[in-house]
Ligand binder design. Structure first.
Ligand code: FES
Length: 196
């Protein structure tokens, strides 16, 4: 279709996704398992990792998400092979969007599923090896005027701030120059997929 808004890389990963779990989970001897998503809106992601000496050696994943979730997780599954878990833990949706040559703005939130499931799998591995909480996701500043990060927004969302107005009341975000609204809205939309 000539009017697709997706980059060639996105289309290629969507039509030929890498490292998908095709059979049941027992077909892949995983050292770690992560699952995330919101059953109500149909987005769910399972990620299985094989890890040796704290380096990811192989991965399988499965999702009920959309084309953007599939393409971004396929890309993610390629880049984390051979990567130390500390480095993989810090991968952000923006990194995947860049590698994919962009995503339509209203689809960027779909790429949050993969990196959340990845962190959940690494957390599982850390728990199994007696190191619960050893890695923390670095926060990204969303509102530069007020120093409000993605973690602050996630915390506010989990406390009930599900709209831009509620988020502003809770954090004052966007009340100086307003330039952070679009990115914050993307984040809110992504959080809906994870928690609503
Ligand atoms: S960047 Fe958020 S108000 Fe200016």
């Amino acid at each position: 279709m000539s009017d697709w808004l997706y980059s060639d890389t996105v289309k290629e990963h969507f039509t030929n996704p890498r490292n998908v779990l095709l059979e049941d989970e027992s077909s892949f001897a995983a050292d770690a398992r992560g699952q995330t998503g919101n059953i109500k809106c149909g987005d769910q992601m399972l990620m299985l990792l094989q890890i040796k000496d704290d380096v990811i050696t192989d991965v399988r994943w499965k999702t009920y998400g959309c084309a953007s979730a599939i393409a971004s997780t396929s890309m993610l599954s390629e880049i984390i092979k051979g990567m130390p878990i500390e480095q993989a833990y810090q991968i952000k949706p923006e990194d995947l969007v860049e590698k994919l040559g962009g995503l339509p703005v209203n689809k960027i939130h779909c790429s949050v599923l993969g990196d959340k499931a990845l962190r959940s799998a690494i957390d599982d591995y850390l728990a199994k090896t007696g190191r619960t909480g050893m890695l923390k996701e670095a926060a990204t500043e969303i509102c530069h005027c007020l120093g409000i990060t993605d973690k602050d927004i996630e915390a506010a969302y989990r406390n009930g701030a599900h709209t831009w107005e509620a988020l502003q009341q809770a954090t004052k975000i966007g009340t100086v120059c307003g330039g952070c609204k679009e990115q914050a809205m993307q984040l809110l939309h992504g959080l809906e997929h994870l928690y609503s």
